[in-house]
Design a protein around this ligand. Structure first.
Ligand code: ATP
Ligand code: MG
Length: 434
């Protein structure tokens, strides 16, 4: 029987007490991407299954083991997106963006779904921030998105991260490489897992990304793709490194990186955190020059990256990172009696129109309980309104941390409240200067 009081395995709730942290991190991501000209795109959470088969690749772990696929009531095969590149590529082709001014630069934040074994840093619903750039073939573009990824991680305050890069070449260099790899793994065929035995004939590079201990041990001694690059791919990789060197971006070349999705060509890279244990890759990306045409669009070089937001939050938590303070209620208005409650509603409406977070009693509670609540939510100011205040058309505004009280008229309430806030901000500034 389904349990209605428990979230599905591998899913997390983001609670209101944490939302300011996620908003800070996601805000920084989108803000940093915009400095490089990337604009937000939103694509559906589900696509025709074929979109992922064609792009992610049908020999990958993601497609073979991890997709949430089902038939909808119209008999279409639908899949919850395991990542956002495929849907983004589908969208930029369908909407003709790749036929306009190039490069097209887009970014996104969204949920992804993979049927994986849940553990720290590995969920069944997780969220990615990512960028995709279409129409840029130059190594400068590779360096630009790597620099963007680094700046995002720096801007959110993540420490202890390292950049690893590799080149996995183009289909041309891969012909020879696949041959060498095929020969190597054929000589160990009895040791491979069942999935990898099937991959051997179809796409031996996928074996390099297998998580089974035996296959990954074999992968360590396998021929390296970087030794099989054609002249163009080698020049491209050298130039990417020269751009990174010139920008002062530190990296190591890790020939083991092949990335888990089929569409990558040439440059691939990962940012790894030293603070989250086994699932240590917080960002993965690279170039995918063949994908747009493979998906039915015009021949368009492209590249991008995706970051796992939960993994980044985990790393920040383990580093005791500081977040901006959550927003507090500016003023709590506590009415006593029905007439005062009506007035409180209109005062709050006025305050909110002027941009203040204002709250008043909506539970019909007595004064003592209301003030307890105001304290609990950390209201900065409070005002009590009863018959006297209504009669005098004025009330006291109390600064909840200093206890200081100021009387203001109930007319032009928001304007006067603004002045109180400004005066208090000024005097605390003066104090801090003295
Ligand atoms: P891994 O090797 O850890 O399985 P991957 O190669 O499958 O990663 P990508 O498809 O490149 O990962 O996704 C980009 C990023 O999304 C990863 O670097 C990671 O930070 C995050 N990510 C991927 N899968 C998950 C998951 N199941 N739970 C949480 N985050 C994930
Ligand atoms: Mg994976």
């Amino acid at each position: 029987m389904a349990e209605i009081n428990r979230a599905v395995k591998g899913t997390n709730d983001m609670l209101p007490s944490d939302s300011h942290k996620f908003q800070f991190v996601e805000g920084k991501m989108l803000e940093t991407a915009s400095l490089y000209g990337f604009r937000e795109i939103r694509v559906p959470v589900f696509e025709h299954t074929e979109v992922f088969l064609r792009s992610v690749g049908d020999t990958t772990d993601v497609v073979q083991k991890e997709m949430y696929t089902f038939d909808d009531k119209g008999g279409r095969s639908i899949t919850l997106r395991p990542e956002l590149t495929a849907g983004t590529v589908r969208s930029v082709i369908e909407n003709g963006l790749v036929n306009g001014a190039l490069p097209v630069k887009v970014c996104y934040v969204g949920g992804c779904y993979r049927y994986e074994k849940p553990q720290a840093g590995r969920l069944r619903e997780f969220h990615q921030f990512g960028v995709e750039c279409f129409g840029a073939a130059s190594p400068a573009a590779d360096a630009e998105i790597i620099s963007l990824a680094l700046q995002v991680l720096e801007n959110i305050g993540l420490k202890n991260i390292s950049l690893e890069i590799n080149s996995i070449g183009c289909p041309e260099c891969r012909k020879n490489y696949h041959k060498a790899l095929g020969e190597y793994f054929s000589s160990h065929i009895d040791e491979l897992c069942e999935t990898c035995r099937d991959r051997l004939g179809r796409n031996p590079m996928r074996i390099l990304d297998c998580k089974s201990p035996v296959c990954s041990a074999l992968a360590k001694d396998a021929p390296k793709v970087i030794d099989f690059l054609c002249e163009e791919c080698q020049n491209h990789f050298d130039s990417v490194k020269a751009h990174l060197d010139a920008a002062g971006i530190k990296y190591t070349v890790n020939p083991q990186i092949v990335r888990g999705l089929d569409y990558y060509t040439k440059t691939v890279f990962e940012f790894v955190s030293g603070d989250i244990g086994a699932q240590s890759t917080v960002c993965g990306g690279g170039r995918y020059d063949g994908l747009v045409s493979q998906m039915g669009g015009p021949k368009t070089p492209a590249l991008g990256f995706a970051m796992g937001i939960e993994r980044i939050m985990l790393a920040l938590k383990n580093q005791n990172a500081a977040f901006p303070e959550p927003k507090k209620c500016d003023i709590y208005i506590a009415p006593m009696g029905d007439a005062a409650a009506v007035k409180a509603t209109s005062l709050c409406t006025e305050l909110r129109r002027d941009g203040f977070e204002a709250q008043c009693d909506v539970c019909g509670r007595g004064l003592k309980a209301q003030m307890k609540y105001a304290d609990k939510i950390g209201a900065l100011y409070s005002a009590v309104i009863g018959d006297n205040e209504l009669f005098n058309n004025s009330c006291n505004i109390k600064n909840m941390s200093t206890g200081e009280i100021k009387e203001i008229s109930l007319d032009n309430f928001a304007e006067q409240f603004m002045k109180i806030k400004l005066d208090s901000a000024l005097s605390s500034l003066e104090e801090s200067v003295l």
